[in-house]
Write a protein that binds this ligand. Structure first.
Ligand code: SF4
Length: 477
């Protein structure tokens, strides 16, 4: 679909933000408005304001555009890509297909192993969702050491990937020399790959972050190809103890400054966020990002809400992602069960995407987005009607839902049975015999017998006398 714009503009260098600010509703905005049932002119206004991004590189022809911002539904990203020890083109394309089939809204190709260009070309030509990258990974993989990198290597790689059709790029331009001492007292130091590479380069070369120094050159490239900048959080916390510290927020201040400079050139920006954050600090982190970065969309990496569950970090992080989404994050980067342990395989991708579809949807419901709960209500009705087929269809992962039902009751007969193997036919509480038919008559009869006051009290919490203060639990501080 994106090719329509390329033809319409005749290759003219302009971003969605440029058109939005000129008052033009683009094909991409209309497409998104139609998909999400949102007025395209509202999408235009939000893009012009910087509160919504449409990552849509003009060279990514297979793309079906999508938007990231608070006006739209909460989105999820799936990371794919190889490492030096695992995977190749076919394996990465299978991961892409699995992620998109299960509902990933964007994918990031984080390849750091061999055949990086080949893998990226294959992913971009196949992907109808936006593709993101971290350009410094490819720079470093092609050098003997990070110290050998020059600023031009980095800038040239941004341009190379922009020409390939990458829709958004993580650029850790906010990690500055003066921030580095702030990360020294942490338990886990700098855990962002991009952040640690740039910090090592800055210390070895005794120079400031080249992405920061050459930000205007980077912006000119992004403007020409309409690459959305995903301003990386190179100093994100890598454990609960390091969350919300001075290093993290110092970098965020710099990202706020860089956002304004990008907007001056009509370059779209979203801001990446932590990482590992205790539940009680998540809403505060979202509020800080929104205030400091002028309401640019927030793209959170999890966050994990506890550090003690390696092997289950799709769960620890989906809890944090749901809370962040409810508080105002617009894009949730998935974490798979392999986090901290190894490169995700196709099954891990599946687990991660489903966990994050749940988190994003729960956030949409909690934010009262129009129609967000419709599917929940429809599935609940199907469940109450024992319409098992419809229940499977409406599930986020129909294959798994069906397989689990089939595990104990595979026969077709049981696909309309008024029970499953959980409680069995005798104790299934949803059977018609347990429904509340005739309750009004019973109530009228009981009221007539003089038990009215007790029933009224039971159904009305306001009528329950308050417990004496001394018997209440003491407040915790
Ligand atoms: S048997 Fe139990 S779990 Fe299964 S449908 Fe009935 S109430 Fe639900």
């Amino acid at each position: 679909m994106n090719s329509a714009r390329t033809r319409a503009l005749g290759g003219e260098p302009a971003t969605q933000m440029h058109y939005a600010r000129k008052g033009l509703v683009t094909e991409q905005m209309r497409f998104i408005g139609n998909n999400e049932k949102v007025d395209p002119d509202l999408i235009r206004a939000e893009v012009a304001r910087g509160r919504l991004v449409i990552p849509a590189n003009i060279h990514h022809e297979a793309l079906d555009p999508m938007g990231i911002g608070l006006t739209l539904s909460c989105k999820i990203n799936a990371n794919i890509g190889n490492s030096a020890v695992s995977s190749e083109v076919d394996g990465e394309l299978r991961k892409l297909d699995t992620a998109v089939k299960l509902g990933a809204d964007t994918v990031m190709d984080l390849s750091t192993g061999g055949a990086i260009d080949e893998i990226r070309k294959a992913i971009i030509s196949r992907s109808r969702v936006p593709v993101g990258t971290v350009p410094i990974y490819q720079v470093v993989s092609e050098l003997d050491s990070i110290e050998a990198m020059t600023a031009d290597d980095l800038i040239d790689m941004v341009e190379h990937q922009a020409k390939q059709g990458v829709d958004y790029m993580t650029l850790h331009a906010g990690v500055l020399l003066r921030h580095l001492p702030l990360a020294r007292k942490r338990i886990t130091g700098i855990v962002s790959r991009g952040g640690s590479l740039l910090a090592a380069w800055m210390l070895a070369r005794r120079r400031e972050n080249p992405l920061y120094v050459h930000w205007d050159k980077i912006l000119d490239i992004c403007r020409r190809h309409d690459v959305t900048i995903s301003a990386g959080d190179g100093l994100r916390p890598g454990c609960l103890a390091d969350a919300s510290d001075a290093a993290q927020f110092a970098e965020l201040e710099t990202l706020g400054e860089l956002t304004m400079r990008a907007w001056e050139k009509d370059v779209q920006v979203m801001i990446e966020g932590p990482g590992h954050v205790p539940m009680d600090q998540i809403a505060m982190n979202v509020e800080m990002q929104q205030r400091i970065c002028h309401e640019a969309p927030f793209y959170v990496l999890g966050p994990l809400v506890t550090d003690i569950a390696p092997g289950y970090d799709h769960i620890t992080s989906a809890i944090g992602a749901a809370l962040a989404g409810q508080a105002g994050a617009s894009l949730l980067c998935y974490v798979t069960p392999k986090e901290h342990l190894g490169l995700p395989n196709e099954q891990d991708v599946r687990q991660g995407v489903i966990a994050y579809k749940i988190a994003a949807h729960a956030a949409d419901v909690a934010r009262h987005r129009p129609g967000a709960r419709d599917r929940d209500d429809e599935l609940s009705r199907a469940r109450f009607d024992f319409d098992w087929e419809r229940q499977f269809q409406l599930s986020l992962d129909p294959e798994t839902a069906r397989a689990m039902h089939d595990e104990t009751l595979p026969a077709e007969y049981f696909k309309s049975a008024e029970f499953c193997s959980m409680c069995g036919p005798k104790f299934c509480s949803m059977q018609t015999k347990y429904r509340l038919d005739g309750v009004e008559e019973v109530l009228a009869e009981v009221e007539g017998s003089g038990a009215t006051e007790r029933l009224t009290t039971l159904g009305n919490p306001a009528a329950v006398p308050a417990a004496p203060l001394a018997s209440r639990p003491a407040p915790r501080h």
